[in-house]
Design a protein around this ligand. Structure first.
Ligand code: XBP
Ligand code: MG
Length: 259
C-alpha cells in the first residue's frame, strides 16, 4: 500500500467554475474589443472545451469560420492579440469581481495543509490566470500553499498529454501512486491517467454529464460526501475530507485499472 503524499489540483472547473464565470465571458469581451462579431454561447463553448488551452481553442474556432483571416500568419497574429486581451480581461475580472472557490475546496486544501500533505497546481491555463485566482483566495503568498505550480507555459504539450503531471511529480520528487489528481474534465482525467496518477473527479458545470472513466472516485463536488462512487462510508453530511481522499486512495486497487 502506498501512502498519499500529495494532491495535484486542476484549476479551471475544479478549484472554481472559471470556464463558466470567467474564461467564456473574457473571450467574448476580447472579440468585442477587437470589433469582431464572433460570440461563443454556453453550448458552443461547452463543445470548444474539448480543446484544451485558450489559444488552441481560438485557432480551432477560426479554422471553421468563413470570415476568419485567410492566411495562417494572419490567423496566428489574431490568435495572439485576442489571447493577450482575453488574459487581461480575465485577470481583471477575477481580481475585481471575484470568482469564488467551489464549495468544499477551501476546506480540503486547509485540511491537507494542516496535515502536512504537499499540494501542487497542475493546469493548462496561463500562469497569469492562476496567479489572479490563487492570489485572490490565498493572498500573494499562495505558493506557500501550492509548492509546485505547473501551468500552460511550462509544457510543450497540454492536457490530455501527461506532461503537466510528469513535471509536477518530478518537481515534487514523488512517484505517481503517491499522489492524487483532482480533475473535472475528460481531457484532464486522461492526462492524469496517462501519467499513472490516480484521479478524483468532482463534476463541474460544463462536464456534469460527460463520460469519464478510470477515476478512483467520481461525484457531484467536494462540498458533499453524498452521491460519490465509490460511496463514502460513515456518517454522511459535510464536505469530502482528507480521510475520504485517503480511503479512496487506499481502495484504488479494487475500483480501477490501478489494480
Ligand atoms: C483549462 C483550459 C484553459 C482555459 C483558458 O483546462 O483549457 O485553456 O480554458 O486558459 P484544464 P488560457 O482545467 O484541464 O487545465 O486561455 O490561459 O489557455
Ligand atoms: Mg479543469
Amino acid at each position: 500500500m502506498t501512502t498519499l503524499k500529495a494532491i495535484l489540483w486542476d484549476v479551471d472547473g475544479t478549484l472554481a467554475e472559471t470556464e463558466r464565470d470567467g474564461h467564456r465571458i473574457a473571450f467574448n469581451q476580447a472579440f468585442e474589443a477587437m470589433g469582431l462579431l464572433w460570440r461563443w454561447d454556453e453550448a458552443y463553448y461547452g463543445h470548444l472545451l474539448n480543446i484544451t488551452g485558450g489559444r488552441e481553442r481560438l485557432r480551432a474556432d477560426m479554422a471553421q469560420r468563413p470570415d476568419a483571416p485567410p492566411t495562417a500568419a494572419e490567423r496566428d497574429a489574431l490568435v495572439e492579440e485576442l489571447h493577450r486581451r482575453k488574459t487581461a480581461i480575465y485577470t481583471t475580472l477575477v481580481r475585481e469581481t471575484g470568482i469564488p472557490l467551489r464549495p468544499g475546496v477551501r476546506e480540503l486544501i486547509d485540511e491537507a495543509r494542516d496535515a502536512g500533505l504537499r499540494q501542487a497546481v497542475t493546469t493548462t491555463t496561463s500562469r497569469a490566470n492562476v496567479d489572479a485566482l490563487l492570489g485572490l483566495h490565498f493572498g500573494p503568498g499562495w505558493r506557500e500553499v501550492f509548492e509546485v505550480a505547473v501551468c500552460g507555459e511550462d509544457v510543450a504539450k497540454k492536457k490530455p498529454d501527461p506532461e503537466v503531471f510528469l513535471r509536477a511529480l518530478q518537481a515534487l520528487d514523488l512517484n505517481p501512486l503517491q499522489a492524487v489528481a483532482i480533475e473535472d474534465s475528460p481531457g484532464g482525467v486522461a492526462a492524469a491517467l496517462a501519467a499513472e496518477v490516480p484521479v478524483v473527479v468532482p463534476r463541474s458545470a460544463y462536464f456534469a454529464n460527460a463520460t469519464i472513466e478510470g477515476a478512483i472516485a467520481i461525484g457531484p463536488g467536494l462540498h458533499t460526501r453524498e452521491g460519490w462512487r465509490p460511496a463514502l462510508a460513515g456518517s454522511t453530511g459535510g464536505p469530502v475530507t482528507l480521510d475520504d481522499l485517503q480511503a479512496w486512495h487506499q481502495e484504488m486497487d479494487s475500483v480501477s485499472q490501478f489494480g
